[in-house]
Design a protein around this ligand. Sequence first.
Ligand code: AHM
Ligand code: MG
Length: 341
Amino acid sequence: MGDFQPPQTDIITLSRHVLNEGFKMANQKQVTGEFTLLLNSLQTTCKVIEDLVRKARLNNMTGVAGAQNVQGEDQKKLDVISNEVMVNALVASGQSAVLVSEEEEEAIIVSDRRAAETGKYCLVFDPLDGSSNIDAGVNVGTIFGIYQVQPGSSGSIKDVLRPGREMVAAGYCMYGSSANIVLSTGTGVDGFTLDNSIGEFILTHPKIQIPPRGQIYSINEGNAMYYHPPITKYLDSIKFPEPPKKPYSARYIGSMVADVHRTLLYGGIFCYPADKKSTKGKLRMLYEAFPMAFLAEQAGGLATTGEKRVLDVVPTTIHERCPIFLGSREDVQDLLSFFKE
Ligand code: AHM
Ligand code: MG
C-alpha cells in the first residue's frame, strides 16, 4: 500500500463526541439518546447547507428571492432554502418542541405540525447568517441555540423567551474554506472540521480557549458617527495607546460567524453596539447574540451588552435585538471600564 500511514491518533467524530458528552452529562443515569438524535439532525442540516453554499453560483442560487423577512430585509434564495432544510430536518427529528428562525415571523410550535412526535428541545437559529455576503463568496454560517422545554410544558413560546444562560447548548457551523462546527454543551467549546471525503465532522479544535487578551478589534466603523461616547473612547484607547503599547489591528468581515470564529481562535474583541441610529444594536438576541455569548463564555471569554452580561438579558419577543461585545476577557473588561466612567 505504498507510503500510506494510518492516522496516529484516535479520530473523534462529532457524533461520537456528542454521545460521550451525553454519557458524562447523564452521570451514570440512563442516556436516552434524544440529544444525540437532535445533534445528528443538526449536523446533517449543516452538511446540506454547506453543499448548497458551495454550489450556489453553479446552481443559480445567488441573488434575492423576491421576498423580505420579518426584519424587512431582502431574503436571499439561499436564506429561504436553508431555512426550509433546517425546519424540516428539526421537525422530522422528533426531538424538537419549538423552533424560532430568523426567517420565520412566528415561532413554530412543532406539535401543530407533527403531533405524534415532538421532543423536549427548543431550537433558536439563524439558518444562514451573513447572507448579504454570499454573492461575494465570503464566509457565512448557521447559528443555533438550544433550550429544553420547561417542566410541565409541551412547547410554547415561553420556553424560548428565557435568558441565554438557560440554554443547554449552542454553536455555529461556518461555511468557509472548510466547514467548521463549533459547539458547546456547557462543558467547554470544541471545534469540528468537515472531512468531505468521508462526510464526517472531525474533532480538530478540542477545548477552545480564547486568549485572555488579543490584538484585534472588529466593528463596523462606518457607523462611527453614530457611536455613543464609551465606544468612541474605547476605540481611541486601542488605536492610539500610550507607548510602549502597540495599536490593535482592525478586522471586520461583516459576517458574524466569521468574525466570532476568528475572535475565539485569535482573541480580541467583536462589537456590534447600540448607537444613535440602531438604538438596540443590530444583532438578534435569541439566535445571534445568545449562542455566540454562550460560546465566548464557555471558551473563557466574556460577552456583555455594555450594561450587563448578555446571557442574563431576558428577551420579551423572539426577534428582539441587543448590543453585544464579546471576546478576550481583558479586552472586554477594558471596554466595560469606559461604560462605567
Ligand atoms: P443577517 O442576519 O441579515 O445576515 O445580518 C447579520 C449580520 C452579521 O453576520 C454581521 O455581524 C452583521 O450583520 C453585519 O452588519 P453590518 O453590515 O451592519 O456591519
Ligand atoms: Mg443573521
